[in-house]
Ligand binder design. Structure first.
Ligand code: HEM
Length: 144
């Protein structure tokens, strides 16, 4: 039981890191885009790459602890629709990993000075945030 509790605790810390910090990052990205002066934008611009690393680490923590949780719990207690929600949740997680990869690539292009990558990031941020909300909702349905 203690092992399970520690894993679930770390799973939820991963959620706070990925979803909580991810939403903060989206707000900052919008503030950078709307900043009145280059100086104001410059001060804020340092934050997204740092927060993004925390968010990515949160997603890795979610996947690692999630897999350990399901290995430990098995599917025995899951009946009917719970299994459906679980596999939909896994599909959502796979989509999150795909979008995280695109974000990783776009960040590399931003570092090389590609101006179009910033606009792409403003679409990818909400995409992964929306997926994280959906996956969280499916998790609650699957494990009540
Ligand atoms: C491979 C990836 C993942 C696997 C295998 C997995 C597996 C699990 C398992 C087995 C539980 C049940 C723990 C319990 O009831 O004690 C759980 C709970 C939960 N997971 Fe995941 N998870 C994964 C990724 C994620 C992601 C990416 C998110 C959110 C973005 C997430 C959000 C949650 C939440 C909110 C709960 C608590 C639900 C509740 O107790 O009602 N999980 N997960």
């Amino acid at each position: 039981m203690l092992y399970h509790d520690v894993l679930l605790f770390l799973h939820l810390i991963g959620l706070a890191m990925s979803l909580g910090v991810g939403i903060t990052n989206m707000v900052i990205a919008r503030m950078v885009a709307a900043a009145a002066t280059p100086d104001a934008a410059g001060a804020l611009r340092a934050l997204p790459p740092i927060l993004s690393r925390i968010s990515m680490a949160g997603l890795v923590l979610l996947v690692v602890t999630g897999l350990l949780l399901i290995i430990q719990m098995g599917f025995a207690g899951m009946t009917g629709w719970m299994k459906v929600w679980f596999w939909l949740k896994m599909a959502g997680v796979a989509a999150m990993i795909g979008v995280a990869y695109l974000i990783f690539q776009a960040q590399g292009r931003i570092r090389q000075g590609d101006q179009t990558a910033g606009a792409q990031m403003r679409q990818l941020g909400p995409a992964i945030g929306g997926l994280a909300l959906l996956v969280t909702f499916l998790a609650v349905l699957a494990f009540y």
